[in-house]
Design a protein around this ligand. Structure first.
Ligand code: LIP
Length: 259
C-alpha cells in the first residue's frame, strides 16, 4: 500500500511537471483573484484538478480542500490541504521559488506532506515521527544561536492594510537580524528554514494549504512552529525557527510591532 507521504510526493511531482510545461507554453491564462496582485493562472486550476483526481482515486475516503476551490468531505478523519502552485506570482514572473504543496492532517495535526519545487527539482517530504527529507536526504536547521546572526524570511499577504502594517514591523526588525528575505512562497520559506537555508520565517494571514505540508517538514526537522505568541500555530500567524532562536525572534517581532 502506498504511504500518505508517497501519495503526496507522487502527486506533487506530477502536478509540478504539468505546471512547468504550462510555464514553457508561454500562455498562462492569468487573471486577478482577491486583489490585482493576487493572481491565478490556468495551471493553478489544472494542477489542483490533477491532484484532487489523484487523491480521490488513491484515498477515496479522505477529505480534500484546495486553494482554487476544491472542497470534498471525507469519512476517514484524514484531510488533505492542497496548494497547486504556492507562489503563483513567482511562477508568473519566471522566478524559481514556487512549489506544489500537499499536506495531510488528522485531529492531532499534520500527518504527511510533500513540497515540490519543480524548477529546482527539489522534493521536501515528511511524515509524522519519521523525520524530514530533501530529495531523500534527512534535513535539519542551521545551528544558529543568536537573533543578530539569523537570516529571516517573511511574506506580506494580499490585504493592503495588513501589508502596510507588516512593512513597518519588518522595517523595525531589519537592523536587528543578519538580513530579511521575501522569497514569495510560504511553503518554500518554511522548508528552507527546515534545511538551514534560512534561519526563521514569520507571516500572518496565510491559509491552511500554504502551510500544512511545510509545517510538518519543519517540526520533523526539529524546528518550533507557533503563532506570534508562542501558542499553537494557525494559518493566521506562523513563526518558525529552531528552538535556539525561536523565543528571541518572537520577542523581536513583538517589540517591532508595537514600536
Ligand atoms: C502566497 C504565499 C506568499 C504569501 C501570500 C500567498 P499563493 O501563496 O505563499 O508567500 O505571502 O500571502 O499566500 O497565493 O501564491 O498560493
Amino acid at each position: 500500500m502506498t504511504t500518505l507521504v508517497g501519495v503526496a510526493e507522487s502527486l506533487a511531482r506530477r502536478a509540478g511537471l504539468t505546471a512547468l510545461e504550462g510555464r514553457r507554453s508561454g500562455d498562462l491564462g492569468e487573471s486577478a483573484k482577491s486583489s490585482p496582485t493576487d493572481i491565478v493562472t490556468r495551471y493553478d486550476r489544472l494542477c489542483e484538478r490533477e491532484i484532487v483526481d489523484g487523491l480521490v482515486s488513491a484515498r477515496p475516503d479522505d477529505a480534500v480542500v484546495g486553494e482554487e476551490g476544491a472542497s470534498r468531505p471525507g469519512t476517514s478523519g484524514v484531510e488533505w490541504h492542497v496548494d497547486p502552485i504556492d507562489g503563483t506570482a513567482n511562477y508568473f514572473f519566471g522566478l524559481p521559488t514556487w512549489s506544489v504543496s500537499i499536506g495531510a492532517r488528522d485531529t492531532d495535526g499534520p500527518l504527511a506532506g510533500a513540497v515540490y519545487l519543480p524548477v529546482l527539482d527539489e522534493m521536501f517530504t515528511a511524515s509524522r515521527g519519521d523525520g524530514a527529507f530533501l530529495n531523500g536526504v534527512r534535513i535539519s536547521p542551521r545551528d544558529v544561536t543568536s537573533v543578530a546572526d539569523a537570516l529571516l524570511a517573511t511574506g506580506f499577504g494580499y490585504d493592503p492594510a495588513a501589508r502596510a502594517a507588516h512593512g513597518r514591523t519588518v522595517a523595525n526588525m531589519v537592523g536587528r537580524v543578519r538580513d530579511i528575505r521575501r522569497l514569495g512562497a510560504a511553503s518554500v520559506d518554511m522548508c528552507f528554514v527546515a534545511c538551514g537555508r534560512l534561519d526563521a520565517y514569520l507571516e500572518a494571514g496565510l491559509n491552511s494549504w500554504d502551510i500544512m505540508a511545510a509545517w510538518l517538514v519543519l517540526t520533523e526537522a526539529g524546528c518550533l512552529v507557533t503563532d506570534f505568541s508562542g501558542g499553537p500555530v494557525t494559518a493566521a500567524e506562523v513563526l518558525a525557527a529552531p528552538p535556539s532562536i525561536h523565543r528571541g525572534i518572537m520577542e523581536l517581532h513583538d517589540a517591532a510591532r508595537t514600536a
